[in-house]
Design a protein around this ligand. Structure first.
Ligand code: PMP
Length: 397
């Protein structure tokens, strides 16, 4: 069976070129990048080349890039590192503003700091279309606000946040407030030039951009007061202890360098996305698109199909060779309704009936056509079952 992969926001395959360039660093060039001998120097040269590739993509200097194990770690380092650095100088409890629909690695990092009584926090709710209103952030600023963290593109509904507008507002209002963005879902499709965006910290992960899993980066603006959050060696300017994942870092650099000149690819994905949205809304009764249609990542579609249980739909699609997701992959396994859909005002039953389809650079029109056919059939079947169950239930009553 030809398997159709429509879960590119969960992860992407490693590009062949990326894999080939990584290979020597597992075996022949296996040195520890911190060693001063020949093996070590070879490894550290490769790491520095990758650092330059990442820095160039972000419009930053190499010295501003810290390699991590992925966006989870980058986000934890950004948030906890800023709070820790604050307490080295000040005693007063700081305030952090974030949003209610961040990835759990940001949301729970902030919630846990709040539980530990180390910070005050405000969680801004997005508008109904899944976009944060800059004025809501402005209104939430307090005299002790030290950090604002807003994701660039939401991983479930793909909505794009006004990062540049937020940074401009913050600079006008209080230029001391640090601005962090989790750009994990944006790197493939949006301008991530840190100077144009006006951000102080930016997180990303390699496996969302056709690179390997377990490696990512954090952009840290030169001169920013941030502390390490894990003890050990002095790697990464003393900000991130631990032996560097050399093959992974090489892969991250090659993957990022490959994103340039991707304009035509974006156009192709966007037109496939719009084709899929149009046909589903027209051909599947009572279907609904979650999140703005316009301020949306070119690869993201998120529907609700009332009367259909999202998990059952995923299983039916999978049986027909289609891999998609409901809510986010990170939270599947729990039957909690998606916090993202609840934050934009969806009812729990709408959230439970959601389907996320995320396209990638290898997605074809043929695959989308097949998927629409299977979707129509599966939703029909599932609605009949749930309808029968409900009518039996009412007969019994
Ligand atoms: N932030 C966002 C927006 C994400 O989509 C993800 C991955 N689902 C992460 C953070 C975490 O990335 P990783 O699992 O690579 O640490």
């Amino acid at each position: 069976m030809h398997r159709i992969y429509l879960d590119n926001a969960a992860t992407t395959p490693v590009d062949k070129k990326v894999f080939e360039e990584m290979k020597p660093y597992f075996s022949d060039n296996f040195g520890n990048a911190s060693s001063i001998h020949n093996f070590g120097r070879n490894a550290s040269e490769a790491v520095e080349k990758a650092r330059k590739q990442v820095a160039d993509f972000f419009g930053a200097d190499s010295g501003e890039i810290i390699f991590t194990s992925g966006a989870t770690e980058s986000n934890n380092l950004a948030i906890k590192g800023i709070v820790k650095a604050h307490y080295k100088k000040e005693k007063a409890k700081p305030h952090i503003i974030t949003t209610a629909f961040e990835h759990h690695c940001v949301l729970n990092a902030v919630k846990n700091l709040e539980k530990e009584n180390l910070i005050e926090a405000t969680y801004i709710k997005p508008e109904r279309d899944g976009v944060i209103n800059i004025l809501d952030i402005k209104k939430a600023i307090r005299p002790n606000t030290i950090l604002v963290s807003v994701m660039y593109v939401n991983n479930e509904i793909g909505t794009v946040q006004p990062i540049k507008g937020i940074s401009q507002m913050l600079k006008k209002y209080n230029s001391n407030i640090i601005f962090h963005t989790d750009a994990t879902q944006a790197v493939n499709y949006f301008d991530c030039n840190v100077k144009k965006l006006g951000v102080d910290l930016m997180s990303m992960s390699a496996h969302k951009i056709y690179g390997p899993k377990g490696v990512g980066a954090l952009y840290v603006k030169k001169g920013l007061n941030i502390a390490k959050i894990q003890d050990g060696g002095e790697q990464e300017r003393g900000l991130r202890a631990g032996t560097l994942n050399v093959p992974g870092i090489v892969g991250l650099g090659v993957a990022m360098a490959g994103i340039r000149n991707y304009e035509s690819g974006i156009r192709k994905i966007k037109s496939l996305r719009d084709y899929l949205i149009k046909r589903v809304l027209r051909e599947i009764p009572n279907s609904k698109l979650n999140g703005s249609k316009i301020k949306r990542s070119p690869n993201n579609v998120n529907f609700s199909f009332p009367g259909v249980e999202g998990e059952s739909l995923i299983m039916m699609l999978d049986a027909d060779g289609i891999s998609a997701s409901t809510g986010s992959a990170c939270s599947s396994g729990t039957l909690e309704p998606s916090h993202v859909l609840l934050s934009i005002g969806s009812k729990p039953e709408e959230a439970h009936s959601s389907l996320r389809i995320t396209l990638g650079k290898y997605t074809t029109k043929k695959e989308i056509d097949y998927t629409i056919g299977v979707l129509k059939e599966s939703i029909n079947k599932l609605r009949k079952i749930s309808g029968n169950v409900l009518s039996d239930y009412y007969k019994l009553k």
